[in-house]
Design a protein around this ligand. Structure first.
Ligand code: GDP
Length: 195
């Protein structure tokens, strides 16, 4: 898969603001600051497809991008930012549930975790949630450039164990900074689209 066209189609809070359901959608989820915007910008070859957050947790929208006039990449709001108030985090849960629970076109949610740490409690919850909806199976470990080769292998094993990934589940290290792992991720997306 090569992305040669990407357009922002909708920025939504409520389902009424989603673009029409139907085209295949691949969504991305992760803790605020995990590197989601950087990765999406790199994948799509755009500087500012997604805002790289100066203020993590501020973006409470679901952003829909039309890719190659063929499918959508959906940027889900980040979670786990400490300063988010209770009402805002409840809104987050409602937004996620409405989207994940009802979207016909949704093929998979790619879960992002930071390669430097064991998954957080919220990462585990998020992944359980994806498993519940049958949207699990692809995990990306971000900021791979921040650890040595040895640590990388060790940390990937921890992530695999903590998230209870099976042998068929994909765990892919990527670095937006060094631009590594993105070809493999695009291959995974192509496979999901062909399923
Ligand atoms: P988001 O909140 O998940 O969208 O995360 P951002 O893309 O805004 O990234 C959060 C911070 O991590 C920023 O300071 C980025 O420059 C940094 N970052 C993102 N990806 C990488 C990466 O692959 N390697 C390194 N070293 N830093 C990264």
């Amino acid at each position: 898969l090569k992305i040669n066209k990407s357009e922002l189609e909708a920025i939504a809070v409520r389902p009424a603001q989603y673009p029409p359901d139907g085209p295949a959608e691949i969504a991305f989820a992760g803790r605020s600051n995990v590197g989601k915007s950087s990765l999406l910008n790199l994948l799509t070859g755009r500087k500012n497809l997604a805002r790289v957050s100066g203020a993590p947790g501020k973006t409470r929208t679901i952003n829909f991008y039309r890719i190659n006039d063929r499918f959508r990449i959906v940027d889900l709001p980040g979670y786990g930012y400490a300063k988010v108030s209770k009402s805002v985090s409840e809104d987050w849960g409602q937004m996620m549930e409405r989207y994940l629970g009802t979207r016909e076109g949704l093929r998979r949610v790619i879960q992002l975790v930071d390669i430097r740490h064991a998954p957080t409690r919220q990462d585990l919850q998020m992944y359980e949630y994806l498993r519940h909806y049958g949207l699990d199976g692809v995990v990306v470990a971000t900021k791979a450039d921040k650890v040595s080769r040895n640590e990388q292998a060790k940390n990937l094993a921890v992530i695999r164990k903590e998230l209870k990934l099976g042998p068929e589940d994909i765990l892919l290290p990527v670095s937006a900074l060094k631009r590594t792992g993105t070809e493999q991720l695009l291959d995974v997306i192509e496979k999901v689209l062909e399923e």
